[in-house]
Write a protein that binds this ligand. Structure first.
Ligand SMILES: [Fe+2]
Length: 216
């Protein structure tokens, strides 16, 4: 496998978040590292099939299975980088500043920031295993919130993830009961790094999680 295709896990300094324990974070970082490892392993194995320049008929079942898993593992890696990357310790606010670009776009897209938030939180409370993601349409600049099943079903190609919230149970099960997802969502909001969100809006399609960028 060429060096340019090897991804390395990024380190996040988040110890001491509000309502999300260090124990949860440690466990979650390990899960994230698993996605990085699996992405590298799948890339390598698929590359081995292609070494002779083609995929033989008898190789198709194994090749297909590995290729289908790529979306799960790759998005599992990248979405966790967005998620950890849009939180910070020591936050004292839950909402973006009045003059922020995010608030302006939320008002433009939803009528008010509060309506945007009601939508995002409601997406986060949806039953199922996945993510709530606020994307920006790079053409129209508008924001929209989406439910992502697992890691790969529902991502909008070309849209820029600006706020990413993991709502898999592993994100909060050590701190809250399964039915207490709303409490976790409240805790998540109290840890949002709105400056990172603003940065993603400013960078647009160039905004990439660091580990993925290093792996390009
Ligand atoms: Fe997760």
């Amino acid at each position: 496998m060429s060096e340019s295709k090897i991804y390395k896990p990024k380190q996040f300094d988040l110890s001491g978040l509000n309502g999300i324990s260090d124990q949860t974070l440690e466990m979650h970082f390990k899960l994230y590292e698993g996605y990085v490892t699996n992405t590298n392993t799948l890339t390598q194995k698929i590359g081995e099939f292609l070494r002779d320049g083609r995929v033989d008929q008898e190789e198709m079942p194994a090749y297909s299975e590995l290729t289908r898993r790529m979306g799960f593992e790759y998005n599992g890696m990248v979405l966790h980088e967005y998620y950890f990357g849009n939180m910070k310790k020591g936050s004292t606010t839950t909402d973006p500043e009045n003059q922020s670009e995010f608030r302006r776009l939320a008002e433009q897209s939803f009528g008010s920031y509060d309506v945007w938030k009601a939508d995002f939180v409601s997406v986060g409370k949806m039953r199922g295993v996945g993510w709530a993601i606020c994307y920006q349409d790079p053409i129209h600049q508008t924001l929209s919130n989406h439910w992502i099943t697992l890691h790969e079903v529902g991502n909008v190609a070309g849209f820029v993830p600006v706020l990413v919230m993991d709502v898999w149970e592993h994100a909060f099960l050590l701190d809250y009961k399964p039915a207490e997802r709303p409490k976790y969502i409240e805790a998540f909001f109290s840890n949002i790094d709105w400056r990172a969100v603003e940065g993603r809006l400013a960078e647009g399609v160039n905004a990439r999680p660091a580990a993925a960028a290093e792996g390009r």
